[in-house]
Design a protein. Structure first.
Lengths: 165, 179
């Protein structure tokens, strides 16, 4: 997993730099999703809190940066599944992201200074800890949220859409 | 204690409790971190508390240092809610614990508390309003308190939080601290 963590960290840093996250994010926003749209320009979208969000169409070709591409390639090797796309979700400290899901399995992981980042779902009995490079696979259609329980640090998570087997 | 959540065979009338709280739940003073105190330190008869107790960043623990005697707020004296408080105080004694603060904790939609410990070993919870998307999480395990009016015992001396993923409904629990 060390390689996974290292590539993940590089990918997140590259996304952060490319999107100038630190300067562009609305500080009042609890979360942000970053992906590449069909026109191959970096886009940002705020999720809707009023509903469960289907993010099937948000996943893009994983070409935001070389580092993200390399991370995706490694995830592909690790899971032996084709990677369809990748998004980055920033979850502010002491926050939960909105609930979302996609129509295929998702590899969810996080990297940051905190240890209190979990994937939570009312349908599950266990909340996988995805802090510090840990990852989990959420099955197709299962709605979930990223919970960042840290009081000091925001978290960045990468969500990889895995093609159906 | 090894279990995190224990459902006790003890029930109260959640609607009656809520009627004792009345319009306080809709008060503009109620913010994300506001608690309604059912009892309060004798010298400080406030009903709304906006500031959390001290937080130890190293141990990730909320520490309540108040040792002053607590009395039921005058608004609730002689009500069903005072009866509930007294019964939970008696219940605490059967567990060898002193029940201290009694509070209404509101958990807003799409919100979660800090991942933390408390300096008491356990607390009693009575859900007053809840929904399928509201739960507690203790060391990675999802813990549910689905029955309104039922008394649950929850271990608070391990890392835990409460999360409400509902987009629209707040969760209200009547919570009793112990020591």
């Amino acid at each position: 997993m060390e390689i996974f963590n290292e590539l993940q960290k590089k990918a997140l840093v590259s996304v952060a730099i490319k999107c100038k996250i630190s300067s562009e994010i609305n500080k009042d926003c609890d979360f942000i999703i970053i992906y590449q749209n069909e026109e191959l320009t970096v886009s940002r979208g705020h999720l809707h809190r009023s509903q469960v969000n289907d993010f099937t169409d948000c996943f893009s070709p994983m070409t935001i940066t070389k580092q993200v591409y390399e991370f995706g390639e490694y995830a592909q090797k690790l899971t032996t599944r084709t990677v369809d796309g990748i998004i980055c979700v920033k979850t502010n400290k002491r926050s939960v992201s909105p609930v979302f899901y996609a129509n295929s399995d998702l590899l969810v992981s996080s990297f940051g200074l905190n240890s209190g980042v979990f994937v939570v779902s009312h349908l599950l009995d266990v909340a996988p800890n995805i802090s510090e490079g840990n990852s989990t696979i959420m099955e197709s259609g299962v709605p979930f949220s990223i919970y960042n329980g840290d009081r000091e640090n925001d978290s960045f998570s990468l969500i990889i859409k895995l093609a159906s087997v | 204690m090894t279990q995190t959540t224990t459902a006790l065979d003890l029930y109260f009338d959640a609607d009656l409790i809520l009627s004792c709280i009345g319009d306080l739940l809709d008060s503009p003073e109620i913010g994300r971190h506001t608690r309604i105190q059912i009892n309060h330190p004798k010298s400080n008869p406030v009903i709304f508390v906006h500031e959390p107790v001290a937080y130890n960043i190293e141990t990730k623990t909320f520490v309540d240092t108040n040792r002053e005697e607590l009395v039921v707020h005058e608004r609730f004296r002689g009500t069903y809610l005072e009866e509930v408080v007294n019964k939970i105080i008696d219940l605490g004694k059967t567990y060898g614990a002193q029940v201290t603060k009694a509070r209404i904790l509101k958990l807003d939609p799409t919100y979660g508390y800090t991942y933390h410990k408390d300096n008491d070993e356990f607390r009693f919870h009575i859900p007053l309003k809840t929904n399928p998307y509201a739960f507690l999480m203790s060391e990675g395990v999802i813990e549910r308190m689905p029955e309104v009016g039922r008394v649950y015992l929850f271990a608070t001396n391990r890392m835990h939080t409460a999360i409400n993923l509902s987009a629209t409904q707040a969760r209200y629990h009547l919570v009793f601290d112990t020591r």
